[in-house]
Design a protein around this ligand. Structure first.
Ligand code: C5P
Length: 290
């Protein structure tokens, strides 16, 4: 029997997120600079005859039933596309908050596809992997190879891997789940409506200065509607922005997780400690991003 395989499913952070318009099918065209954190869930695949899933870890109780877990959805979509695919039991250690704007479920699904690809000797560029990722959810394709990139369309158009300077961040989730469709809906865009154009420079290698300028000139368009849906997000943003050395405080995805960026890991760790002391019930992590 082949050995179990494992991989990290890192948190996805939208450093920027611009909504460009609403399509006929209700999905929104986006432009987002995405990076990945050192912190995340862990996924192991034990090769076997049946496709199944176990979930444990601190946030497992919030992860929903097997039936709607994106790990199994992605795996099933791949088995439908690749005859004779070798499968097995997935063991997910869930640490990231759920429905939190940091792509926990999407990153888990992408990790499942990576493990199945390894087990079956499929190259990462295999079209069936891309197709299964796209059909699993809008954020899954960018998580397939978790490196910083520009993401466009509804998430399926990916730019080249970007070279970012190492970033030090604090992630803060006030432990309220946020329903992504509700946030997009409260943007109130009409079908077919387009918004003002993109504002991201086409840069592949960022210096600390050029990245800082690009981030400051950008925004997350979902922040105002998310703060309306869950006002505690505004409080989380304010607390992060108020920590020593915070260069930028912004929400990721459709929330509720917000991030702060810092110059080095010591300042980030001190900020995380301070917020965790003020708000012991919140989920707070200092981490690097790439
Ligand atoms: O694809 P996924 O199931 O992750 O998307 C969840 C919901 O978020 C969609 O049903 C849609 O309401 C909204 N969404 C959107 N535009 C995107 C991504 C998601 O409107 N680009």
């Amino acid at each position: 029997m082949p050995q179990p395989l494992s991989t990290r499913a890192p948190a996805k952070i939208n450093l920027t997120l611009h909504v460009l318009g609403r399509r006929e099918d209700g999905y929104h065209e986006l432009e987002s600079l995405v990076a990945f954190a050192g912190t995340g869930d862990d996924l192991r695949l034990e090769p076997g005859e049946r496709l199944s899933l176990t979930v444990e870890g601190p946030t497992a109780p919030f992860a929903g039933s097997d039936a709607d877990n994106l790990v199994l959805k992605a795996a099933r979509l791949l088995t439908e596309r690749v005859p004779g695919l070798r499968i097995g039991t997935f063991h997910l250690t869930k640490r990231l908050p759920v429905a939190a704007g940091i792509g926990g479920g999407s990153s888990d699904a992408a990790a499942a596809l990576r493990l199945l690809a390894r087990l079956n000797g499929m190259p990462p560029s295999h079209p069936a992997l891309r197709e299964a990722a796209r059909l699993t959810g809008a954020d899954v394709p960018v998580c397939l190879e978790p490196r910083a990139r520009m993401m466009r369309g509804v998430g399926e158009k990916l730019g080249p891997v970007l070279h970012l300077p190492r970033l030090f961040a604090v992630l803060v989730n006030p432990r309220v789940p946020v329903e992504t469709p509700a946030v997009f809906q409260s943007l109130g865009l009409k079908t077919g409506q387009s918004l003002a154009g993109a504002s991201h420079p086409d840069i592949e290698t960022y210096s600390a200065d050029s990245l800082s300028r690009a981030l400051k000139a950008a925004r997350n368009d979902l922040e105002p509607p998310a703060c309306t849906v869950q006002p505690i997000i505004a409080e989380a943003l304010k607390r992060v922005a108020g920590t020593n050395g915070c260069r930028l405080a912004r929400m990721s995805g459709s929330g509720a997780t917000v991030f702060g960026l810092y110059d080095n890991c010591e300042v980030a760790a001190a900020a995380a400690k301070r917020i965790a002391r003020q708000k012991p019930e919140w989920w707070v992590r200092a981490t690097s991003l790439r």
